[in-house]
Design a protein around this ligand. Structure first.
Ligand SMILES: Cc1ncc(C[n+]2csc(CCOP(=O)(O)OP(=O)(O)O)c2C)c(N)n1
Ligand SMILES: [Mg+2]
Length: 384
């Protein structure tokens, strides 16, 4: 949620100016500049919610409540909070399959996300999508895509639609590091640059595509990938949520103002296996590597420690925020568990295009079909 939209107000926490008697601010406060105490607590609360949500999903998967694929975002929460947080409600986000926390960050309720993971009718995609296909256009969240790189041309299309309709929104198109080797990435960046589209391509660079290190499949650094199209490249530390937030707040403003497409290499790390069925470490990365990242580069711990050192967060406040996050996730799981499965009679809904009474697809601007006017382009025959 954008800072200006946060309910908590903008009272300044006393970190705007020099605090110490010697005129030098404490080291811990240095990175906090510009954020109010309420905003800092809000960002911590967001990340705690994302962490607890993923842990709950992990637990539900382990006991068979969630089926199919399930990719957790644990370790990468700084990007959901820091990149989506500064966006406006009507801005658009499209992403890959590691997207539970991004969906929540954009405004889908934890209940609707969890119910989707459970495959229930109350899920944000009606229980038809599951973990990889979370979707809710009413909050500007366009999925949830399981084909590596499949969302990139769609992201360009969303940005083109914004331009075509004369809007001033922007689109963030997330992808993993492995996606930049897909042909669709190159084509999309090219056309985005030619049309100067309002889109920010963000690579969540966790260093690996499944078990393959990026360095093994790239002859260049990540930052070099957008240069051929004249798209500016930026690098941000995704584990530092405050740096990430500030960076995206500024960049989103510039893109909204007409700066054209941007490419962001956001450095992060995945603390779990590629998916629920993969080991955390093993053949492609050592246990020591993972442990040192968890110990030193946990985005939740980094913010928490900074706030405590600066005297802006007490142990009691932390416990209260965490209890709230856990309660929201518990509630989401209970809601999902109690929700019905989709009605089998609706199996073919959203599969066939609807046509209007004139026998045309809804591409000609005519009013919609009368109620009950569902028809199939192929003239029927469910199995045709
Ligand atoms: C076109 C395509 N090829 C291969 C796969 C199988 N696959 C699923 S995830 C994945 C790795 C993607 O890694 P990355 O883009 O870095 O995202 P991360 O999992 O690290 O978030 C691959 C190869 C796929 N889903 N789609
Ligand atoms: Mg990756």
């Amino acid at each position: 949620m954008a800072r200006a939209n946060r309910e908590m107000g903008a009272a300044v926490a006393g970190i705007e100016g020099p605090e110490a008697a010697n005129g030098r601010e404490p080291a811990a406060a240095a990175g906090l500049r510009g954020f109010s105490r309420e905003e800092l607590h809000g960002l911590l609360a967001d990340m705690l919610l994302y962490r607890r949500f993923e842990e709950k999903a992990e637990e539900a998967y382990a006991i068979g409540r969630i089926g199919g694929f399930c990719h957790l975002h644990i370790g990468q929460e700084g990007l959901a909070a820091g990149a989506i947080g500064p966006l406006r409600g009507d801005d658009l986000v499209i992403t890959a399959y590691r997207e539970h926390t991004q969906a929540i960050a954009k405004g889908i309720a934890p209940r609707a996300v969890m119910a989707e993971l459970y495959g229930r009718a109350t899920g944000c995609s009606g229980g038809r999508g599951g973990s990889m296909h979370l979707f809710d256009t009413t909050v500007g969240f366009y999925g949830g895509h399981g084909i590596v790189g499949g969302q990139i041309p769609l992201g360009a299309g969303l940005a083109w639609a914004i331009r075509y309709r004369g809007g001033d929104q922007i689109c963030i198109c997330f992808m993993g590091d492995a996606a930049v080797n897909q042909g669709a990435f190159l084509e999309s960046l090219n056309m985005s640059a030619v049309w100067r589209l309002p889109v920010i391509y963000v690579v969540e660079n966790n260093g690996y595509g499944m078990g393959t290190a990026f360095a093994r499949v790239s002859a260049t650094e990540m930052e070099a990938r957008s240069g051929a199209y004249g798209i500016p490249a930026h690098t941000v530390d995704g584990q530092d949520v405050l740096e990430t937030y500030r960076f995206f707040e500024e960049l989103a403003g510039r893109v909204r103002g007409g700066a054209g497409p941007q490419f962001v290499n956001a450095i992060t790390y995945r603390f779990r296996g590629h998916s629920m069925s993969d080991p955390v470490s093993g053949t492609y990365r050592s246990r020591e590597e993972v442990e040192s990242q968890v110990e030193e580069r946990d985005p939740v711990a980094i913010l928490r420690e900074r706030l405590m050192e600066a005297g802006l967060l007490t142990r009691g406040e932390l416990e209260a925020l965490d209890a709230e996050a856990r309660a929201a996730c518990e509630d989401a799981a209970e809601f999902a568990d109690a929700s019905p499965l989709p009605d089998p009679a609706t199996l073919y809904d959203h599969v066939y295009a609807e046509i209007n009474p004139h026998g045309r697809l809804f591409l000609d601007g005519r009013p919609g079909a009368p109620t009950g006017g569902r028809a199939r382009v192929d003239g029927g025959g469910r199995h045709g």
